[in-house]
Ligand binder design. Structure first.
Ligand code: 2P0
Length: 325
């Protein structure tokens, strides 16, 4: 009745922003991401008949804010008649600051809870369940370059290229460790209801996905850079034009974008992407990584850097219910 799983966050190059069905948490648009190798969340799930309610710790500290969402996910994975659970989450990077912590958390939770409840599920089924909990989490079930597509009543994720097929690097510039002011889910709904650019965003997503898919299949770095930066800035334009406006960036975010523009002008193979938070993710080739790190480290307002390669999808680490006595 106990299992531990690990999942890595993923960074969307073609972004998910907006829901077509809030109750089922179905995205309004497809998305394309890279799964990281070196940042991770580990989740222990232990179903325990002696517990009267679910318990959650995050990095060793009790957490009641996230508990309702965790409990709903446990219900959908293990069934509403399940036992209460003790859930312990450990994360080696800042949570709730635009680093896709919900993607790795809910991917790991889904894998651990499914195993701890004794259910055998395919990756596609696990991705669908993880996506109900957090749209981006479905992509963290898969490694390398993953594309999430909308089905009639569900999502499906396919691997476009494995991590080792195109071993790009990601340098994350941390510009603040503060939690973001508005959750992604709330912000998406504000955008859908109020942004004059929202429908255009939805309408153009398929062409952006096609361009990125093609760049991945031909390993064309500059084409991928061009479409990923365009899609990122378009998503933020949707947010900025919402009412109330949502600006997740700070001054250091813009400083990092300027640094990356200067590197590009010098011929360095790097591009930026920014999610619902102020951190800047610089995607680059292995040859460019040292220069990218040095330039971002010297950028005003950058507190720290994190570096990662691309990695595999979520997986089980242990399952005590299957350990022979
Ligand atoms: C993404 N983001 O594609 C986009 C880009 C943030 C900006 O998916 O409401 O935590 O849980 O389905 O997955 C972050 O939103 O949203 C996200 P929910 P999620 O990575």
């Amino acid at each position: 009745m106990q299992a531990t799983a690990r999942a890595q966050p993923n960074i969307a190059l073609i972004k998910y922003w907006g829901k077509r069905d809030v109750a089922r948490n179905l995205p309004a648009v497809g998305s394309l991401s890279i799964t990281l190798a070196d940042l991770y969340t580990e989740m222990d799930v232990r179903f325990d008949a002696a517990l009267a309610s679910d318990k959650l710790t995050v990095n060793g500290t009790d957490n009641i804010t996230m508990l309702p969402r965790i409990s709903r996910t446990l219900d959908s994975v293990a069934g509403a008649n399940r036992l209460c659970a003790r859930v312990a989450s450990r994360c080696n990077f800042p949570v709730a600051a635009g680093l896709a912590s919900s993607a790795s958390a809910f991917a790991a939770l889904t894998v651990a809870a499914s195993s701890a409840s004794g259910k055998e599920r395919s990756i596609a089924e696990l991705a669908s369940l993880a996506g109900r909990a957090s749209g981006s989490a479905a992509r963290s079930l898969y490694g390398g370059f993953a594309e999430l597509s909308n089905e009639a009543n569900d999502v499906s994720v396919t691997t476009l290229a494995a991590a080792e097929d195109w071993p790009l690097r990601v340098v994350v510039a941390i510009t603040t460790r503060a939690a973001k002011p508005v959750s992604s889910g709330d912000a998406m709904e504000i955008s859908r209801k109020t942004s004059p650019f929202y429908q255009r965003w939805v309408d153009e997503q398929e062409q952006d996905l096609a361009a990125a898919r093609s760049a991945v299949s031909t390993r064309d770095f500059s084409d991928l850079a061009s479409i990923a930066e365009h899609n990122c800035l378009k998503m933020h334009s949707v947010m900025w034009a919402s009412r109330p406006p949502m600006v997740y960036w700070n001054a250091a975010t813009l400083n990092c974008l300027q640094t990356i523009r200067e590197l590009q002008a010098e011929g360095v193979a790097v591009f930026f992407t920014v999610d619902a938070g102020p951190q800047v993710k610089a995607v680059c080739t292995a040859e460019a990584e040292q220069r990218v790190c040095a330039a971002l480290r010297a950028t005003d307002g950058v507190e720290a850097l994190m570096q990662s390669g691309l990695g595999a999808g979520a997986g089980l680490i242990s399952n005590q219910s299957r350990t022979p006595a």
